[in-house]
Design a binder for this molecule. Sequence first.
Ligand SMILES: NC(=O)c1ccc[n+]([C@@H]2O[C@H](COP(=O)([O-])OP(=O)(O)OC[C@H]3O[C@@H](n4cnc5c(N)ncnc54)[C@H](O)[C@@H]3O)[C@@H](O)[C@H]2O)c1
Length: 479
Amino acid sequence: MLSNSSLKVIKNICCIGAGYVGGPTMTMIAYKCPNLQIKVVDINEKRIKAWNSPDLDDLPIYEPGLSEIVEKVRDKNLFFSTNVSEAIASADVIFLSVNTPTKIQGVGSGKASNLEYLERSVREIASYSSGHTIIVEKSTVPVKTAETIKSILISYFNKESSVEKTYSIISNPEFLAEGSAIKDLENPDRVLIGGEEIDAINQIANIYNQWVPEQKIIKTNLWSSELSKLAANAFLAQKVSSINTISVICEKTGANINEVSRAIGSDKRIGDKFLNSGPGFGGSCFKKDIMSLVYLCNFYRLDEIAKYWENVVTINDWQQDRISNLIIQKLFGTIRGKKIAIFGFAFKADTNDTRESPAINISKNLILEGAQLSIYDPKVKEDNIKREFDYCLDVSTNKEFESSWAKTDSVEEAVKDADAIVILTEWVVFKKLNWNYLVGLLRKPSWIFDTRNIFNLRDLKDLKNTGINIWINGQDIPN
Ligand SMILES: NC(=O)c1ccc[n+]([C@@H]2O[C@H](COP(=O)([O-])OP(=O)(O)OC[C@H]3O[C@@H](n4cnc5c(N)ncnc54)[C@H](O)[C@@H]3O)[C@@H](O)[C@H]2O)c1
């Protein structure tokens, strides 16, 4: 339909969207493929300015190893710009890496993906591209999105144009995990490429082939590729919710969740990853992608399947409420006016991303109960925390919550005179703290709630006889 499938040599790549996917992914491609010229474009000027900042600490995204590679390739074969039309016009391949959040109003609200950013980008491609262009869905999209892209492109064929334009559409979902993005990109478990034309599939495969072994590149049809991304995230999230349900049974029965995780995880069919119980999954993808799957099931009237997957999200929300209720209950049923130190606000370690972080729900519940939060996170900026609270507490109408929290620059400041420490992100720095000293700064009686299994036996031994009450993921530790 759209393609003339000409096997031209790929030289110029454009990536639309300079976020957590577009930025690191294109940095790795630029690094591994010095023969390619890559332009990463975004409508967010602040973000592009940060990507171009001479101070690498100002990059908009924190990922271990990212700034080192950016330094090597930026302004050599990797360029960040806001000039979307110019980058499209010169591109042989365009990666669509824009955000595809859950719709928050209208039809499908709370479930369906909002494709307005993707649609806008496709219209721009239709207007500014020339010759043959391979369009790659890098964003996570609902199954059949390639059909939508085709329809938009076809509608532009009718408009007057002196330049001949043809397209191939490829699905190449990204499987990187934030916090280990560089490692994941450098050594992926697999690269998935779906399409209808083998030439276009091979051209994209040739890019990855410059550092990814052939046997790790999986080629499928378009719909398998689009669905596989949703299915992979649904399976991962389901594992987290499953282990969290088991941790609650442990708490009731005296079984130990770490022992159970180890016992079941050593079965190769189950695998030992994603079996740490904790405050539940976060990040911009898991919930959004499961809800997109639920929406798809509802669309095809597969209501039982929709319910099955939706429950994974329900359990996740429930687990976060359970943890905040447990904190309130242990602190004698009231936390009004009590200072609580929150350790970690990012949704996981080694990222500054707070989207859907479990820390948001748990903190919100504590604030609503009247607590005063003192938040320490080594990478998350105050603005980010403010944005999350402004939204979830509707601060514009509930001004009193503005002063319910403060970000601190040190753990000591966060802990001083607090009644409890709640560990919500598994930052390595938390594993190296002098807990004995920190416990001395707390108001007595005091508690530590370790939702991330940061504590080891040595820490517990050090804290013996300090009178501190410790709860580690489903277990009260006797002191
Ligand atoms: N974050 C992850 O870990 C991850 C992993 C795999 C896949 N994904 C998927 O990748 C996609 C992008 O995710 P992200 O985390 O990078 O999102 P993000 O919000 O960090 O970045 C998206 C960027 O696209 C830009 N953008 C939107 N519309 C644009 C337009 N018309 N022109 C130019 N730029 C535009 C935004 O300004 C933003 O900077 C999503 O579909 C997501 O589900 C994310």
